[in-house]
Design a protein around this ligand. Structure first.
Ligand code: NI
Length: 185
């Protein structure tokens, strides 16, 4: 089932998301719905706050990138209760976009490598260092779990350049090809 994606301005995107247990109601269906929603919107990652739930659940599908990055063939992952433990000093700059901020694409500087702990869909614990494109996607998605969006990480100048778009978005004035939950004022 395709769920509406909550857009910038929705309070749920500013909440700190909470850990869940395997008893979380209808978790399997929720995960399927998140994949459907993300695929419909042509995204590569989606965090639960983006569908209105302040829980630590993220889905990622990088298969669409497998032409350029063969290691991402059939790369579909579920990250539950993910936490970033430490980050590298060295950083990378890469363009990002977000399904909750349609029409904004900006370069964001982030650590190149991250040490993460998370559970997979079977609630098996993982503890690993991640680098490259995946580290980028994880950091973007896990930011959503802390109530942050990538626009928060832009320089003053770039934020200023996008101020109008963000203000309009927060007022619900935005057009979008996929199903969204916009702010009504
Ligand atoms: Ni996002």
């Amino acid at each position: 089932m395709i769920l509406p994606i909550y857009l910038y301005g929705q309070p749920v995107l500013r909440k700190t998301a909470e850990d869940i247990t395997p008893e979380y109601p209808e978790l399997k269906t929720l995960i399927e719905n998140m994949f459907d929603t993300m695929h419909h919107a042509e995204g590569i990652g989606l965090a639960a706050p983006q569908i209105g739930l302040a829980i630590r659940l993220v889905v990622v599908d990088l298969d669409v990138l497998s032409e350029d990055f063969p290691e991402f063939k059939d790369f579909r992952k579920v990250y539950i209760n993910a936490h970033i433990i430490e980050t590298s000093d060295e950083t990378d700059s890469m363009e990002e976009g977000c399904l909750s901020l349609p029409g904004i694409h900006e370069k964001v500087t982030r650590p190149s490598r991250i040490h993460v702990k998370y559970l997979d869909e079977n609630f098996v614990e993982h503890d690993e260092w991640v680098e490259g494109y995946l580290a980028r996607v994880m950091q973007h998605e896990f930011d959503h779990l802390e109530g942050k969006v990538f626009a928060d990480r832009l320089s003053m100048l770039r934020r200023q350049m996008n101020k109008g778009k963000l203000l309009n978005m927060a007022k619900g004035k935005v057009s979008c090809a996929y199903k969204v939950k916009r702010v009504v004022r």
